[in-house]
Design a protein around this ligand. Structure first.
Ligand code: SF4
Ligand code: SF4
Ligand code: SF4
Length: 228
């Protein structure tokens, strides 16, 4: 594989290399999380580097390792600076346009998504709910019809429930594979970040679960009661 790529990059023009790298980047254009974007872009481009020069071979790999750690909640102070430095090194020091173009794009991903990178590292938060470490799946009780399809689909056996019961996901077991979200015809399986809505602790008959009043509902109700 490496030999084929080495031959390929030396045979094609700068423009063709640039187009190839940009096409790889475009595959992530709809990805709303810059950390995940960095992770996926560097994962694909490290595989097509010919590996001849150290900065390209090791640099892209390091970018990928750091982005992966950040997405798993293991980001550290200084990671953004290291990512930026490696990107610059790639742009300046790579021995062909492949590494240079990758470096330009990774720097762009950092600059455009710097606030999100900081949130992942400092607040352990992914606003787009893409990084698995930072969200959980839950079943919206008002939408679930108790069809039981998600429970049959779940490879981790993380869903409790039976026919005509509102199903419940055990987040400690769920590995966020998302398979249940595809099978559910009621779009009842949703993502939550730090704040999870009130849910039944265990399966209850469909239609019986009452969510808490919205924020302020309790206070308003109390005021109404005092006036009457
Ligand atoms: S920058 Fe170096 S390692 Fe990367 S593709 Fe070009 S020749 Fe290969
Ligand atoms: S969450 Fe969806 S698939 Fe699972 S029981 Fe409820 S409606 Fe059916
Ligand atoms: S996301 Fe995957 S592991 Fe989690 S409940 Fe759904 S199917 Fe099961």
């Amino acid at each position: 594989m490496a030999l084929i790529q080495r031959k390929l990059w030396k045979q094609i023009s700068s423009e063709e290399i640039k187009d190839f790298v940009i096409e790889e980047y475009k595959k992530q254009s709809e990805n709303p999380c810059p950390v995940d974007k960095m992770k996926k872009f560097t994962d694909s481009t490290r595989r097509t580097s010919c590996g001849e020069c150290v900065i390209c071979r090791e640099g892209i790999l390091q970018l990928n390792v750091i982005a992966e750690a950040i997405s798993e909640g293991k980001g550290r102070d200084g990671d953004i600076e290291i990512l930026t430095e490696i990107s610059d090194d790639l742009t300046i020091g790579s021995c062909c346009d492949y590494g240079k173009e990758v470096g330009k794009i990774t720097k762009k991903i950092i600059e455009e998504g710097i606030e999100e990178f900081e949130k992942h590292i400092k607040r352990k938060r992914c606003d787009a709910l893409i990084c698995k470490k930072f969200f959980s799946y839950y079943i919206a009780p008002e939408k679930c019809n108790g069809c039981n399809k998600c429970k049959e689909e779940c490879p981790q056996k993380a869903i409790a429930g039976d026919k005509d019961l509102i199903h419940v996901i055990n987040s400690d077991i769920c590995d966020r594979c998302g398979k249940c979200t595809i099978i559910c015809e009621k779009a009842a399986i949703q993502k939550a970040g730090a704040v999870v809505p009130k849910l039944p602790q265990e399966p209850v008959p469909v239609g019986t679960f009452k969510a808490e009043p919205q924020n302020g509902g309790g206070l308003m109700a109390a005021r109404r009661r005092r006036r009457s």
